[in-house]
Design a protein around this ligand. Structure first.
Ligand SMILES: Nc1ncnc2c1ncn2[C@@H]1O[C@H](COP(=O)(O)OP(=O)(O)OP(=O)(O)O)[C@@H](O)[C@H]1O
Length: 297
């Protein structure tokens, strides 16, 4: 692994990467023969850079927040020849970087990257876009749309909690139909999350047991998103829940088709560009990532 391209969003987070640029650059140059940096200037640049640089890079590093990771992933994932992928976290939540054990200090993350701990991971795909972490509709979309940029920079992750609590009161249900090879479900729901990796919204309230190396997606349907359903999730996590909860559907599947009425805005790793319907699948071992820890296999 010699040639490394780093796609940097200089404005991500509170310019964390820019401030530490020299240290990051020195560390990466110690670990790899050739390191080049490319600064994004606007939306879409991360995807363009990834596509242009892929053929001539052994490794592409996304340095920025989850938006930058999403853009670089969506540049790389459709390609036949995909270089390895790594993340230097520089945003507010950096969800996926946490899932693969990256240190949240960008300089320390660069130190982890030069250890070259290569792991194969699954990538989610909904027919239009790829995701590493989660795909969701309903409450989760309302939560992230409501976080204003100024609130986000002042309160960081706390704003996700505050926004969630506010949304629990205001959330509206929708009608859904979904099926895979063995399940068919329909009814009313307030939130559906399809998880590939274990982190959503900078915290991990949902499905922390999700495995990003098993070729499967975890589907979670919440019929009602009130405080008691969140408490049920908590009980399920801690093994306290004995009986089946009527309010929650949870299963694993490699692929799922989903439609809703009305059409719902999709939150895909925190980005919101498309609406339902969609067919969502896990593409097993689609990317080689340089992780900060041993994953599940
Ligand atoms: N130079 C730039 N100036 C402003 N916006 C940019 C620039 N380069 C890229 N962008 C856009 O900014 C969006 C947000 O960036 P990113 O997610 O990296 O940072 P963040 O919002 O601070 O972090 P997080 O999403 O983790 O909270 C990206 O999706 C991208 O489209």
């Amino acid at each position: 692994m010699d040639k490394v391209s780093v796609v940097v969003n200089p404005n991500a987070g509170q310019q964390k990467i820019k401030e530490n640029f020299e240290s990051i650059s020195n560390i990466l140059s110690d670990g790899f023969k050739q390191v080049a940096f490319y600064e994004t200037q606007k939306e879409g640049d991360g995807t363009d850079f990834a596509q242009k640089l892929a053929n001539d890079s052994d490794l592409i590093i996304a340095a920025g927040g989850d938006g930058t990771v999403y853009e670089v992933l969506n540049g790389l994932a459709p390609l036949k020849k995909r270089p390895a992928f790594a993340i230097i976290p520089g945003g507010t939540c950096n969800d996926f970087s946490r899932a693969i054990g990256m240190n949240q200090n960008p300089v320390k993350a660069a130190e982890q990257i030069i250890q070259k701990n290569i792991q194969e991971i699954d990538v989610g795909f909904d027919g239009s876009q790829y995701f590493l972490n989660f795909w969701g509709i309903g409450l989760i979309t309302a939560v992230s749309s409501q976080i204003e940029e100024d609130v986000k920079s002042t309160f960081g992750r706390l704003s996700y909690y505050m926004s969630t609590l506010q949304n629990i009161k205001e959330n509206k249900s929708f009608y859904y139909e979904m099926n895979d090879a063995t399940h068919y479900y329909s009814g009313k729901a307030e939130m559906i999350i399809i998880a590939n990796g274990p982190f959503t919204g900078g915290v991990k309230p949902f499905l922390p047991e999700v495995n990003i190396q098993d070729g499967m997606l975890d589907v979670l349907v919440l019929k009602e998103t009130n405080l008691s359903s969140f408490f049920s999730i908590f009980k399920k996590r801690t093994g306290m829940m004995q009986e089946k909860d009527e309010n929650i559907i949870h299963f694993q599947t490699p692929q799922l088709s989903l439609k809703t009425s009305p059409k719902k805005l999709i939150d895909c790793d925190g980005e919101r560009y498309f609406k339902t319907p969609a067919t969502i699948k896990a593409i097993p071992n689609h990317l080689k990532m340089l992780a900060g820890k041993q994953l599940f296999n």
